[in-house]
Design a protein. Structure first.
Length: 557
């Protein structure tokens, strides 16, 4: 393909990245609304993430198992273009299912919530197909060494979706009016605010999925990019993943079932639920350790997992997606949760209600947009001097876009809030200058900044704590392309299979938020953010370890 066609193909490809961001970030507003509307606890509300991101894992796992059974890589057989089309059609089905799933639902009908999860699961299955195809597709549209920059560009579009998603969903559900907490509670209890608006939103999203599928189908400039490499089965990897699936979904399934008919859980039951959730979390870590140690001794049967950079990268994707999602998904509860009768939330700030959360959730996800726009600068090959100017200018231009979008819909930040976030952006800019476009160095710096940000949020209060947590979006922003590129470096014919394994590990977004939700139920919402600290610590370890591994293999990155 010519360079011009590559750019046209990339422009078409990034449309699906927008959808992923829009829906994923919208969950940040949808989760606290579901908690209020369906009368559920924090853990149950996080099942929105469990259904959505768990579908990524199940979809990628099924694709891998079916490919193994016919000894042929199904995604390579379809071609990346067809894989994305099939994924869009499946997501459209899930979006349309949301209408009958919530038909006639009223406030307090917890059972309907589980039908909502089924619809979100189907949407997520479609996204799983799309992601499995789109990420290696973006890397294949040019020099593999600049693949992370193309992923950053696509990620910037994805993050624009994450920025406007919470705002749009908040407007759809609550309207433009600013309700007081008491007014909102009364309107929900009187069914004046219902799921009818959510039905309309998902019908519209489903139509857009179909439109995007048509765009891909009829696009002349988007190649199929099929691979002719011989598919090699990985029976040991398959067996390990099947066992992991049974353990994880068995534990979380038991916890979900324990809510049926339970009106007031005992302390013992709550502790059992938390224990089972941690078993599911630890099972993932053990599985990675087993693959890492066993494949290094006898690589036959492990497929792509015989490469240690991929195995450790799988856990890195797991923790990265987990921390990115859990910070945003629990943010609403952090801002809503009142402390005694003080009228202040866990951070010592005024308590907010569901209709007031969209602006801060938009700012969190907007932080990811800022970092990804900066990461995409290299795609355009600016001169060294211009690049330095853009590294400072682009983040604040992106911040201006966030402020403008919020202003248009009537959301305004205070001067102090703008100043706090501007300082966080300045720290991110310093990180970009220090990292010098090197994936390993970038991961080291931003993982460390993430750890510091979460610790400040845990031990501080007021706006300092709030914006420390919000800064997590800025520091997570650049990690996905770095991890993905490093994980598949040197995999050769196993690249497609390795990509599927990495997509499976989006499972982190399904497990880590519910774990934090239960920690919040038992302890406190602010202290539950210790799990975010743990995630960033592993990412820092991965940055150091993967450099050693790739250096030994003589792989350039």
């Amino acid at each position: 393909m010519s360079n011009q066609n590559n750019k046209s193909a990339l422009a078409t490809l990034v449309t699906v990245f927008f959808f992923w961001g829009f829906i994923a970030a919208s969950n940040g507003v949808f989760i606290p609304f579901c908690k209020t509307y369906f009368n559920i606890d924090q853990f149950q509300s996080q099942l929105v993430d469990f259904a959505f991101y768990g579908a990524y894992y199940i979809g990628a796992l099924l694709l891998f198992i079916m490919s193994g059974s016919i000894k042929k890589d199904i995604m390579n057989s379809w071609g990346y273009k067809s894989g994305i089309i099939y994924g869009l059609l499946l997501s459209a089905v899930g979006a349309f299912v949301m209408y009958p799933a919530t038909a006639g639902a009223e406030q307090g009908q917890t059972g309907v919530f589980y039908f909502v999860l089924v619809a979100l699961f189907i949407v997520g299955l479609g996204f799983s197909l799309q992601q499995t195809a789109a990420n290696p597709f973006a890397i294949a549209l040019g020099d593999p060494k600049t693949g992370s920059h193309r992923l950053n560009l696509a990620g910037g579009i994805n993050s624009f979706g994450t920025t406007i998603g919470p705002i749009v969903v908040s407007l759809v559900i609550f309207g433009a009016a600013s309700w007081s907490t008491d007014e909102l509670a009364e309107m929900i209890s009187n069914n004046e605010i219902t799921l009818v608006t959510v039905q309309g939103l998902y019908l519209g999203v489903g139509a857009l999925f179909l439109l995007a599928a048509a765009l891909f189908y009829f696009s002349k400039k988007l190649p199929a990019l099929k691979s002719d490499v011989v598919f090699e089965t990985a029976n040991k990897a398959r067996n390990l993943l099947v066992v992991l699936t049974i353990v994880v979904f068995g534990c979380i399934g038991y916890v979900i079932s324990s809510y049926i008919g339970d009106t007031e859980a005992s302390k013992e039951l709550e502790n059992l639920r938390l224990t089972l959730l941690f078993i599911a979390l630890i099972a993932v870590i053990i599985a990675v350790f087993v693959a890492y140690s066993s494949a290094s001794k006898k690589p036959e049967g492990w497929g792509a997992m015989k490469y240690p950079q991929l195995v450790l990268g799988m856990l890195a994707i797991f923790t990265y997606v987990g921390v990115e999602v859990t910070i945003g998904s629990n943010l609403g509860e952090l801002l809503k949760k009142g402390v005694a009768d003080t009228g202040l939330n866990a951070l010592g700030l005024p308590v907010l209600n569901d209709s007031q959360l969209g602006i801060y959730i938009s700012l969190y996800w907007g932080g990811l947009m800022i970092g990804r726009w900066v990461g995409a600068i290299t795609v355009f090959n600016p001169g060294e001097g211009l690049k330095k100017v853009l590294l400072v200018l682009v983040p604040y231009v992106a911040f201006g876009v966030i402020l403008a979008v919020n202003y248009i819909v009537g959301n305004e930040f205070t001067t102090n809030e703008i100043l706090f976030f501007a300082i966080c952006i300045a720290l991110q800019i310093v990180g970009f200058f220090l990292s010098k476009d090197r994936p390993v160095k970038t991961l080291k710096i931003f993982s460390l900044l993430g750890i510091i940000g979460m610790l400040v949020g845990l031990f501080a209060s007021g706006n300092v704590a709030l914006f420390a947590f919000l800064s997590g979006g800025l520091f997570c922003s650049i990690m996905w392309p770095c991890i993905f590129t490093l994980s598949i470096a040197g995999l050769g014919k196993y690249t497609s299979q390795g990509s599927a394994f990495l997509i499976m590990m989006i499972l982190g977004g399904a497990i880590i938020p519910p774990v934090q939700g239960k920690l919040a139920d038992i302890y406190s919402i602010q202290s539950s953010y210790w799990i975010a600290v743990a995630c960033f610590i592993y990412l820092l370890f991965y940055a150091f370890r993967t450099k050693t591994i790739l250096d030994k293999q003589g792989v350039t990155y």
